[in-house]
Write a protein that binds this ligand. Structure first.
Ligand SMILES: Nc1nc2c(ncn2[C@@H]2O[C@H](COP(=O)(O)OP(=O)(O)OP(=O)(O)O)[C@@H](O)[C@H]2O)c(=O)[nH]1
Ligand SMILES: [Mg+2]
Length: 141
């Protein structure tokens, strides 16, 4: 699998998505520090929310092959500025979480505005969309 860094605000569903991808039981566990698994790199939401902590994400982006920006479908605003993907010399994809809570279109528009070309709508509780994402992150050959 391609090494993938998950970035998004506190509670957007990064850790839950890692559990869904790995087929684990879904249970809430606050991420307190960078969690580096076999290929998924889970970050605490505060690193994306607090300016001074953002450098940590930049460093882990160097170690990743793909950076995934997450926005929940029921989010009130986007954390990511327009065209932010040009700051990253890795492929950046978008993931819309919690599609059971609201329609994903608005979050998809925000992610597109930020520069994400490929966007995956996901419900980590039911697993909807997870297989498509996993297939995309699988290395070819
Ligand atoms: N309804 C619904 N709830 C979800 C979904 N994904 C995550 N959640 C819930 O959202 C809450 C926060 O999820 P986390 O995965 O801990 O969020 P996080 O982005 O890892 O948060 P931090 O570790 O604080 O950065 C949990 O109660 C999850 O069960 C989803 O697809 N649908
Ligand atoms: Mg977490």
């Amino acid at each position: 699998m391609k090494k993938t860094l998950l970035v998004g605000r506190h509670g957007v569903g990064k850790t839950t998505l890692t559990q869904a991808i790995k087929g684990e039981t879904i249970r809430y566990e606050k991420t307190q520090y960078m969690l580096y698994g076999d290929w998924l790199i889970d970050s605490p939401g505060e690193y994306a929310e607090v300016h001074g902590l953002g450098a940590a994400l930049a460093i882990y982006a160097y170690e990743a092959e793909i950076v995934a920006l997450l926005i929940a479908a029921d989010e009130d605003y986007s954390l990511f500025p327009p065209n932010i993907t040009c700051m990253v010399n890795r492929e950046v994809i978008g993931i819309v979480t919690k599609i059971d809570k609201a329609s994903p279109e608005r979050a998809e528009r925000w992610l597109k505005l930020s520069g994400c070309e490929k966007i995956f709508p996901i419900n980590s509780h039911t697993g909807e969309g997870v297989d498509k994402l996993k297939a995309y992150l699988r290395k070819q050959g």
